[in-house]
Design a protein around this ligand. Structure first.
Ligand SMILES: C[S@@+](CC[C@H](N)C(=O)[O-])C[C@H]1O[C@@H](n2cnc3c(N)ncnc32)[C@H](O)[C@@H]1O
Length: 197
């Protein structure tokens, strides 16, 4: 197993086209969620965005305050090539855990499963810190174990609750009904609202 999941590791995965996670399109549960958002002014972050189809969908649907962050340069360059107007200042070639800003929404799509499980508690804390009061962490978490060594790293609903419950109100945390076929029944859709003022 590769344990040093640093920027070189991820950049190499893109250069070697070892990107089995990449859907090539916005994830259907997130697309459905985005379609019912009416406030186009929302400031959104997609961390571990990869090729960032979620950000692309949002941008094409009028959301202009979309920020993406990734340790790997290659997928950020690919997003820029697809959307030349996407502002440089919103393309963050940075470590999620070191970001300093605040957002209304953080979007999770196969980023949580890509980090080492020992830093999952830090993910919950960082998401809390990056959200404005009342802000939401929205997206998908695998509710399954994988036979091979990670990434991706699997987990269970009960495990995830222990990380998020201190910081978030659980608005939705249930098996997604509109996953892509290979992930059907294996991912939770979450809408977690940041606690506190
Ligand atoms: C499994 S991929 C998922 C990419 C994208 N969300 C998707 O679904 O196609 C995980 C992504 O997280 C990025 N990543 C891993 N650790 C990161 C970190 N600490 N900060 C920012 N990005 C990170 C990797 O470079 C990679 O693009």
């Amino acid at each position: 197993m590769k344990t040093n999941l640093d920027s070189n590791y991820w950049q190499n995965r893109y250069e070697e086209l070892q990107t089995g996670w990449d859907l090539g399109a916005v994830s259907p549960p997130l697309k459905a969620y985005f379609q019912q958002l009416s406030n186009k002014e929302l400031k959104l972050l997609v961390p571990g965005c990869g090729n960032a189809y979620e950000a692309e969908y949002l941008w094409q649907n009028g959301f202009r305050n979309v920020f993406v962050a990734d340790l790997a340069e290659a997928p950020l360059a690919a997003l820029k090539a697809r959307i030349p107007d996407f502002p440089e200042a919103q393309l963050l070639h940075q470590d999620f855990f070191l970001l300093q800003d605040t957002f209304d929404l953080i979007i999770e799509q196969t980023f949580f499963c890509a980090i080492e499980p020992r830093i999952r508690p830090d993910y919950a804390i960082k998401a809390f810190e990056l959200l404005k009061p009342g802000g939401k962490l929205v997206g998908l978490l695998f509710n399954t174990e994988f036979p091979q060594a990670g990434p991706p790293f699997g987990g269970t609903e009960n495990e995830y609750r222990t990380y998020f419950e201190p910081f978030f109100h659980f608005r939705t945390f249930a098996t997604a009904t509109n996953s892509i076929k290979p992930r059907a029944g294996k991912e939770l859709f979450m809408i977690l609202e940041r606690k506190g003022i």
